[in-house]
Design a protein around this ligand. Structure first.
Ligand SMILES: NC(=O)c1ccc[n+]([C@@H]2O[C@H](COP(=O)([O-])OP(=O)(O)OC[C@H]3O[C@@H](n4cnc5c(N)ncnc54)[C@H](OP(=O)(O)O)[C@@H]3O)[C@@H](O)[C@H]2O)c1
Length: 338
């Protein structure tokens, strides 16, 4: 099968199109014929080994696992002997989580992993753009409990996590404020934000408004200012929270105030995956797609994602022939390359 492999950590150019053996399913696995995957900010981190701890996922000192990619959408190609939840031909999507390898024509996924049937008429492109940002932001927002009527600020509202978070918080009944640059203002308002601050012009923490939840999706908020802008018992959610300093600050905040800080790694669940997919099929959620690239141009897609300027998600079409061109619903995509 064709796959994009990398032999060394480094710049986007380390990604090379190659031929590798097609996987054979273990008893509990399905082989997914991948139609679409994505390039996420996480894939970029793993490619560069940034932080170096990410080598625990791909291997020391060079990548032992040579295929990146976690999001997938495609069709079940074959099933292991004990598989009961899926059959050949099912349209499926999901996340391979800490077992990357979706930059390939085929990938083995346990039927008990983060995989589900694609509901309704969701396209493969849309389905692939759901897991990374959607699962992460739903995981974090659920930490806040009931959101109805609460004031929620989403910092980094135009990214993969941010576009998901704005929509999910709005769906749960929150009054959402988004922080993004002015070029993404209309996008973030269209996703359900009631108010938008441009981070280049306005410091949200100096506006005299207090929030019940501040969710920093991009790791760019000032810790102290974010905590100060919370109501009593407010919650500061941090998707990027891996270095010692904020962890100590979080402990200190909880010891000295009634506010709470939550970071850490997302627990991906099938329940959350299906929740967002069902919202999508009911037109209550829109996986935002910025660009769609062909498989062979995955290095260019990585270079783009690495700029940190993408809007929502970047989708990769693994096999042109397998994609329905009708999937390009009006207003859904801004395909600039594909
Ligand atoms: N904790 C977890 O389990 C977990 C899971 C997944 C991801 N993450 C982490 O979450 C982070 C975000 O991921 P992502 O995929 O959502 O990122 P992304 O899509 O690559 O973020 C890009 C967006 O961020 C915006 N942005 C950049 N600088 C900003 C700033 N100073 N203020 C506000 N917005 C800014 C950009 O808008 P402009 O172009 O307008 O600047 C762009 O739209 C990554 O670091 C990733 O590693 C954590």
């Amino acid at each position: 099968m064709k796959a994009i492999i990398f032999e060394n950590y480094g710049a986007p150019g380390v990604l090379k199109l190659s031929d590798v053996p097609k996987p054979v399913p273990k008893a509990d696995e399905v082989i997914v014929n991948i139609h679409c995957t994505t390039v996420t900010s996480g894939d970029v981190r793993l490619r560069k080994a940034d932080p170096w701890l990410s080598k625990f996922i791909m291997g020391f000192p060079k990548p032992k696992k040579k295929i990146l990619g976690v999001d997938f959408a495609g069709v079940v190609d074959s099933t292991g002997s004990s598989v009961t939840k899926f059959k050949i031909g099912d349209r499926v999507f999901g996340s391979s989580g800490f077992n990357p390898g979706t930059y390939a024509e085929f990938k083995a996924i346990s039927e008990n992993g983060i995989i589900s049937k694609i509901p309704g008429n969701i396209t493969f492109e849309e389905a692939a753009a759901i897991p990374f940002g959607g699962l992460t932001s739903l995981h974090f927002l659920k930490q806040a409990g009931e959101l109805k009527g609460k004031k929620v600020l989403i910092y980094g509202a135009s990214g993969s996590l941010g576009t998901a978070a704005v929509q999910l918080a709005k769906f749960f009944g929150a009054v959402v404020t988004g922080v993004c640059s002015s070029k993404n203002r209309e996008l973030v308002l269209s996703l359900g934000a009631a108010n938008v601050f441009d981070y280049n012009k306005d410091d949200f923490s100096k506006k005299g408004v207090k929030y019940d939840v501040v969710y920093d999706t991009v790791g760019k908020t000032n810790f102290e200012n974010a905590v100060l802008s919370l109501n009593e018992n407010g919650l500061y959610l941090r998707a990027v929270h891996f270095t010692p300093s904020p962890v100590f600050k979080a402990i200190w905040t909880e010891l000295t105030t009634s506010k709470k800080v939550i970071g850490g790694v997302t627990k991906e669940t099938v329940e959350n995956l299906e929740f967002i997919a069902n919202l999508t099929s009911e037109n209550k959620y829109k996986p935002v797609i910025d660009r769609i690239y062909p498989f062979e141009e995955i290095s260019a897609a990585h270079a783009y994602v690495e700029t940190g300027r993408k809007k929502g998600n970047v989708v990769i079409v693994v096999d042109d022939d397998l994609i329905s061109k009708a999937s390009n619903k009006a207003g859904m995509f801004i395909p600039q390359t594909y």
